[in-house]
Ligand binder design. Structure first.
Ligand code: SF4
Length: 197
């Protein structure tokens, strides 16, 4: 049976899809498989919102319900919204880990849709400019991917969403500093996370 939810620490992670608009060189899908002991490749079909809700049970039993699997969760925007609403109705907290391309994936500005639904949004920045982003993340929409990440982050900020950028430490100190300058210009915090190998 496919793994739709998985526990790490005190959080429950939701694996809504394996689709992604990037093919990052550092993606754990290729390297760390199985990931934390879980096989996150979906072999049968993507889960419905109700299947996830049934698997969560009591959202208060976890620190956060985190949308983060072997894919980009905003491909399943409708299901994610439904689950977020249910989690909040039942006293839980939600977070999205995203590549920030949800607005081009869904062909509209999705930030307003997320208001009141997500308690935190981690946006992978990963590079300080489009050329480096393309090299590292190998997006399927190369002409617009990096700009769409910045657009999404700014839209989240304008909509009052709690968001931050993240970069993986494998990009090197100089590039991390350049990402920090970019994040400062936009006015969004930056977190550096360890590359999973
Ligand atoms: S955006 Fe995330 S899931 Fe998609 S390829 Fe990059 S690391 Fe993997």
């Amino acid at each position: 049976m496919d793994t739709y939810v998985y526990k790490i620490g005190n959080n429950l992670y939701v694996n809504l899809t394996n689709r992604c608009s990037n093919r990052c060189t550092f993606c754990v899908r290729d390297e760390a498989h199985p990931f934390e002991g879980y096989d996150l490749w979906i072999k049968e079909c993507e889960p419905t919102a109700q299947q996830i809700i049934d698997l969560i049970g009591d959202p208060k039993a976890y620190g956060e319900i985190v949308f983060c699997g072997f894919g980009e969760p905003t491909y399943r925007l409708g299901a994610m919204e439904q689950i977020c609403d249910w989690v909040h109705e039942h006293g839980g907290k939600t977070r999205l880990n995203t590549n920030g391309q949800g607005s081009i994936i869904n062909q509209h500005d999705i930030a307003p849709d997320l208001v009141g639904r997500l308690d935190g949004i981690n946006i992978s920045l990963n590079a300080s400019n489009a050329r480096l982003y393309e090299k590292l993340c190998r997006p399927i929409y190369p002409e617009m991917a990096f700009d769409s990440v910045l657009f999404f982050a700014q839209a989240c900020k304008q909509n009052g969403l709690n968001c931050w950028f993240s970069v993986v430490d494998c990009i090197g100190e100089e590039e991390i500093a350049a990402c920090q300058r970019l994040a400062d210009e936009i006015g969004i915090p930056l977190r550096v996370r360890e590359t999973i190998r």
